[in-house]
Write a protein that binds this ligand. Structure first.
Ligand code: F6P
Length: 742
């Protein structure tokens, strides 16, 4: 109700302003009409008396005065005078105001050099008057002019009357408008409440039925999901397993990912099992450990061939053996063309805004096609039903979904793209953009980290493919097949199993400081990455430099430890990066070193997860400065490591993680001032604030863990599978009916 009163107030005000403007416009218009009217009447009066005026002009002043008196019989004409060319007053009515002299008026007429009449307004003590000076001639010569004076007081009177009428009209209008508004509001409210009441009691009109059905379905679904969530508890390995059994009847899953989760490497004559530095592996390995199945990947370790069985399989994890890795072998040329070439010199820079130019070579593409085919066939060889669930991972395998679909038309293929998906203009750079899109559309579901990447993908399909886009369900329809496009922000396992093997926070702090030769109270920041140009490592080190120059209190006290795992080292751009990072750390160290103190510790080698987690625990802050990153799981791992609820995450706004971890200090890594200030703020942050931020981020990562990520995708896939099976049955039954339309 107060809102309604406000509305009426505004309505009245608007009506008032409008009436004021209306009155002003009306007054001006009517006045100019009245004046034009007076001028016309004057001419008519003089024309009517023309003959009499000429006849008595000079000869008979009395008769001339009489003629002028006759003219003033018109109720608007107040006085009249006859003026000679020389300005003498030949005759006038008694009412003619003394203020007007014939000399002045005739001079004015001559100055105007007009043959016609002129009109003017003047103000006399008695009020405003209108003067019409009308020249008079006898057909050959101008004799002089007749001056007529009109009383304008009636005009003022009319204006007053018009104003009064307008005011009355305004009040009536305002009153009616307010009443109508009140009435309409009451009726609408009553109508809505009636509709709502009827809706709630199940009696609705036809207009509301579809809407209400949707609302009821949505409410029921939400309530159902909520009930299930509460009943099922937090997402965990056990819940993921149960989901797989419940929704997919315990079927195994097959993961296709280039990087294998366990690499067997010969080191000093011994076989060692290594865990690669890969966000993809960090996320997916716990999923496959939770469910049974097979991971089809590239056998890249120097001892990989020695450790597989006759079918190129090995049971992992060592000691647990809960799933298999099926290794696919690549020749050097294949690895060069498919992995280093097309995937990492072409697609990787294409998908990241990190200022590296994509390189597309026809021979690399050919290898990419062949290797995709080989891996896809390996997947098909590993399945044990004709409708398996296959999880295809990342930009290495854009073509595999279509190849798998050709061999296994009933397969449920979920593809997850771990990097950002660029906009359609950028994807248009790739000479084989249509083939990539067509390959991916072999999937049942395509997942990206963010809705933005989903939108970019849909736009790319729109730009380059023949298909129908169902924007309501975010699906791409090609003939009878649909591909759902969905955001599934990836995460990590919770709790992280590695932490069981990592010393406590206190112990980790002590160990790391002693390993690095630092004082016990030294402040530490960490950065943990593959040595990749998308990670913004140079910007990160420069931000440390800026911190020390702008915040002198940290000189000699703060050390930034960069753990950098060598990556894609055969690619020139990566070799260049390696050299630049090294040169930059030498330069910064030279600038700020003092005694034993070095501000940068660059550790360029592979580090096993237990070491990585020890560093997370030892640090005051972790700086993730990616220039562009699909998600970045380092940020989530740091949060998981900090069971002490201390430590500050400084996070690039260009990571997918920045959308989830909003309690981090979010920075633009290109802005060194901002980044260095954030580092300083992190180092100065009181424990209480650290605790609040860290607790909130830990809650988020524990709730939205990787089991939930996988579970959601599997549930969506199961739903799609049910629908496809049903529509398949419907199609089959139609086909089997005699005479059925096909
Ligand atoms: O970002 C995509 C991604 O697959 C990451 O998940 C992973 O960290 C990286 O690329 C793998 O790189 P590579 O397998 O070339 O070492």
């Amino acid at each position: 109700m107060p809102r309604l009163l406000k509305f009426i107030g505004v309505l009245l005000l608007a009506l008032g302003v409008l009436s004021g403007l209306g009155y002003w416009a009306l007054a001006r218009t009517t006045q100019s009409w009245f004046e034009a009217d007076l001028s016309l009447r004057s001419r008519l009066a003089v024309t009517a008396a023309h003959e009499s005026l000429i006849n008595h002009w000079r000869s008979d002043p009395t008769r001339l005065a009489q003629t002028l008196a006759d003219i003033t019989r018109d109720e608007r004409i107040m006085a009249a005078a006859a003026c000679s060319n020389k300005g003498e007053r030949l005759a006038s009515t008694q009412t003619f105001p003394l203020a007007f002299s014939c000399t002045g008026l005739m001079n004015e007429l001559q100055e105007r050099r007009t043959t016609g009449a002129w009109d003017t307004k003047s103000q006399l003590p008695a009020g405003a008057v209108h003067l019409s000076v009308i020249p008079l001639d006898d057909g050959t010569l101008r004799l002089g002019a007749v001056v007529l004076v009109h009383d304008l007081s009636f005009l003022e009177h009319r204006e007053e009357t018009a104003r009064d009428l307008l005011l009355i009209a305004f009040f009536v209008l305002a009153l009616v408008a307010s009443l109508v508004t009140l009435l309409a509001a009451r009726l609408a409210w009553r109508g809505w409440t009636l509709d709502l009441r009827r809706a709630l009691t199940g009696q609705v009109g036809p207009d509301f039925k579809p809407l209400l059905r949707d609302v009821r379905e949505l409410a029921a679904r939400l309530a159902d999901e909520r009930r299930q969530e509460v009943r099922a508890g937090a997402w965990s390995a056990a819940r993921l397993r149960a989901t797989l059994t419940e929704h997919l009847h315990g079927e195994r899953i097959v993961i296709l990912a280039n990087r294998e989760p366990y690499v067997h490497q010969r080191v000093d004559g011994e076989i060692r099992v290594l865990h690669p530095a890969s966000g993809l592996v960090t996320a997916l390995e716990p999923v496959l450990r939770a469910c049974s199945g097979v991971w089809v990947g590239h056998g890249s370790g120097s001892a990989d061939r020695e450790t597989v069985d006759a079918k190129d399989r090995i049971r992992v994890p060592p000691g647990e053996e809960s799933y298999s890795i099926r290794r696919v072998w690549l020749s050097e040329a294949e690895e060069q063309g498919y992995y280093y070439g097309f995937a990492n010199e072409g697609l990787w820079p294409l998908c990241h805004v990190a200022h590296a130019r994509p390189i597309f070579r026809a021979e690399d593409w050919q290898h990419y096609v062949n290797v995709n085919r080989r891996f896809a066939h390996a997947v098909c060889d590993e399945v044990d039903t004709d409708d398996p669930i296959v999880l295809v991972q990342d930009y290495h395998f854009a073509l595999a979904p279509k190849i798998i679909r050709e061999r296994l038309p009933r397969a449920t293929i979920i593809t997850f793209w771990h990097t950002p998906w660029p906009n359609s203009e950028r994807i248009g750079i790739c000479p084989w953009r249509e083939e990539l899109l067509s390959g991916l559309l072999g999937s049942s579901v395509i997942g990206f980290h963010t809705q933005q990447h989903c939108n970019n993908f849909i736009d790319s399909v729109d730009a380059f493919m023949e298909s129908r886009i169902d924007r309501e369900t975010n699906a791409i329809v090609q003939g009878p097949r649909r591909t759902l496009v969905r955001p599934y922000p990836i995460s990590i396992e919770w709790p992280v199993h590695w932490l069981a093997q990592v010393p406590s926070v206190e112990e980790s702090r002590r160990l790391v400081r002693s390993e690095l030769g630092l004082d016990a109270d030294a402040l530490i920041g960490v950065g943990i990455d593959r040595l990749d140009y998308t990670k913004g490592i140079e910007e990160r080190l420069s931000a440390v430099d800026e911190l020390l120059s702008r915040h002198p209190e940290f000189r000699g006290r703060f050390t930034f430890v960069q753990l950098a795992a060598p990556s894609r080292t055969k690619i020139a751009r990566y070799q260049e990066l390696n050299e630049r990072v090294e040169a930059l750390s030498i330069e910064i160290n030279a600038k700020w070193s003092k005694g034993r103190y070095r501000p940068i510790a660059l550790l360029r080698e592979h580090h096993e997860p237990t070491t990585v987690f020890r560093y997370y625990r030892a640090a005051e802050l972790c700086y993730v400065s990616s220039l562009h990153d699909g998600m970045n799981l380092v940020a989530k791992e740091f949060v998981a490591a900090r069971s002490d609820e201390r430590g500050v995450l400084v996070l690039s706004e260009f990571t997918g993680a920045a959308r989830d971890l909003t309690e981090a200090l979010i920075v633009n890594p290109y802005d060194l001032r901002e980044a260095s200030d954030a580092l300083a703020a992190a180092l100065r942050m009181p424990d209480v604030e650290q605790g609040e931020r860290m607790r909130s981020m830990r809650r988020l990562v524990s709730d939205f863990n990787v089991y939930r990520w996988a579970g959601r995708m599997l549930v969506d896939a199961a739903e799609l599978r049910r629908k496809e099976r049903l529509s398949g049955r419907i199609r089959d039954s139609r086909h089997s009916q005699p005479g059925a339309l096909t």
